[in-house]
Write a protein of this length. Structure first.
Length: 499
């Protein structure tokens, strides 16, 4: 095993930088590694992502941080999944829910997979994903995805949170445990004769040397691209969106639900993320198909805001660097790459990257690590691209381009072919070894949720050769399970009181 470096300097704060600092400090502090994080108070963070996958809970559990400790401070709420609406014009498929996995899925998932297979083969059976999964019912009934103590099944869930506040929380947590926090603006990067990073030079002349560096400097990618000149691989040919316009709104009168909403619009989609103090909204769009002023107007109209209501404009760069670990530098967060926030995967990739890096350091397997991270980016990208390629709306130039885009990887072509030829999609996902990015359930929910089935008039009756699915039994099971979960408002109030 390789001994840990004596010193690590992380350039850039925000959620990605402070997550990385805390994970490295937790793993290497006992070996004497000094961890420092440099960020400039004069440079703000983008803070677009306010949602997560279930991996964020594992991160807080690893650090021993209770939900009652961090969630109230970050205005956080629970997330059982994502609801997509407006992505399909097919009758009956105007919306669908992408649930996070649970132990309960074993009771209904097999029925759902069978139903989609039979309907893809041209038989008239119900195959919309929503009736089959408990998290969908939890969200729709404004419950929290918190299994009670006597409930024998685990339920995965994510969070919504204020990105600025969670970064500040992790900063305070880390510095209290010995991570050095430095306020400085880095002007240049010094390399040694071998091409490794030797020091970061601040604009006031301060010099920061270390054995190892982490680039969390955002889209600037100061070290990994600027100094080490690692190539960037853009994803623009199959992920069109490159801008966002954002605006907060108050809580809706009817309260909130434990889900993110993704609402398709003329040139992209709008996110709706409920926090305890507001709702975060943003329109992710392609500047090739709509200009910023029109996008802002579309967002304001959707939210019911005045035409002069304040909004914030952001630019995005979808893609990834060729290698994540180059010489004595690891890139994380936006410096490493960016996949638009449709499935809230940004922090998931940070956690996967840092944990894999720490394991790879022990074995000095840098090349396999880089290959694995690149494959993860490609796998997640393919799932995002599939949203657009198989969406069922064609009313604007944007959607006509997205649904006819043929810049697809061989992996994604294999998945789509399996679906439309009524082949076994689950086995195709497992054969390709891509289930760790998105499991078969996720692929089935997306493709079925948009109504990617033969036209209804072409469907034949189920017939005696099709095993019947008792949807009443499915309904009783799903609703009966959901009743065990507390109202979301009660769960958030208990968190507030515990804090």
């Amino acid at each position: 095993m390789s001994p840990p470096p004596r010193s690590v300097v992380i350039l850039g704060g925000g959620t990605a930088g402070w997550m990385t600092a805390n994970l490295i400090h937790r793993r290497w502090a006992d070996h004497g590694t000094k961890v420092s994080l440099i960020e400039s108070s004069a440079i703000g963070i983008i803070g677009v992502g306010e949602g997560s996958t279930p991996q964020l809970k594992a991160f807080f559990d690893e650090l021993g941080i209770a939900e009652s400790e961090w969630m109230p401070r970050c205005n956080a709420t629970y997330k059982a999944g994502i609801e997509f609406s407006g992505w399909s014009d097919k009758p009956g498929y105007g919306r669908y829910f992408h649930p996070f996995p649970t132990d309960l899925d074993g009771f209904t998932q097999r029925k759902f997979f069978y139903a989609t297979h039979v309907r893809r083969a041209g038989r008239d059976v119900p195959a919309h994903p929503d009736p089959f999964f408990v998290p969908t019912r939890i969200a729709r009934e404004s419950r929290a995805p918190l299994a009670p103590p006597n409930f024998p099944f685990s339920v995965s869930y994510g969070y919504h949170f204020d990105a600025h506040l969670i970064g500040a929380f992790l900063r305070d947590f880390g510095t209290a445990r010995g991570i050095e926090h430095v306020d400085a603006r880095i002007a240049s990067v010094e390399l040694d004769e071998q091409g490794d990073v030797k020091a970061l030079i601040a604009d006031d002349g301060r010099r920061f040397e270390a054995d190892f560096f982490v680039d969390a400097s955002g889209f600037r990618a100061t070290i990994i691209e600027g100094a080490l000149q690692e190539p960037h691989r853009p994803f623009g040919e199959n992920l069109f969106n490159d801008r966002a316009v954002v605006a907060p709104t108050p809580w809706p009168a009817g309260g909130i639900q434990a889900c993110t909403r993704s609402i398709a619009k003329s040139a992209g989609w709008i996110w709706n993320i409920p926090l305890t103090n507001r709702v975060g909204n943003g329109y992710v769009y392609s500047s090739r198909y709509i200009d910023p002023d029109d996008a802002a107007a579309e967002l304001r109209a959707h939210l019911g805001l005045n035409e002069d209501a304040e909004v914030r404009h952001l630019e995005m760069r979808c893609g990834r660097i060729e290698r994540t670990w180059v010489r004595n530098c690891l890139a994380v967060g936006l410096a490493q790459g960016f996949l638009e926030p449709l499935e809230a995967t940004a922090l998931h990739i940070v956690l996967a990257t840092v944990n894999a890096f720490l394991s790879a350091w022990d074995t000095s397997e840098r090349d396999p690590f880089n290959a694995a991270i690149a494959r993860r980016y490609e796998g997640i990208r393919d799932y995002l691209v599939c949203h657009y390629r198989t969406a069922q709306r064609h009313d604007t130039e944007y959607w006509r381009a997205a649904t006819t885009n043929n810049a697809l990887s061989d992996s994604l072509k294999g998945v789509i072919t399996a679906w439309f030829t009524a082949d076994d999609l689950e086995q195709e996902v497992l054969r390709q070894d891509i289930a760790s990015y998105y499991p078969p359930m996720s692929w089935h929910c997306m493709l079925a949720g948009y109504g990617n089935f033969p036209d209804p008039e072409k469907l034949k009756p189920a017939g005696p050769d099709v095993a019947p699915i008792d949807m009443g039994e499915v309904e009783r099971f799903v609703s009966g399970c959901a009743m065990n979960f507390p109202p979301l408002s009660d769960a958030l109030q208990r968190l507030k009181e515990a804090a």
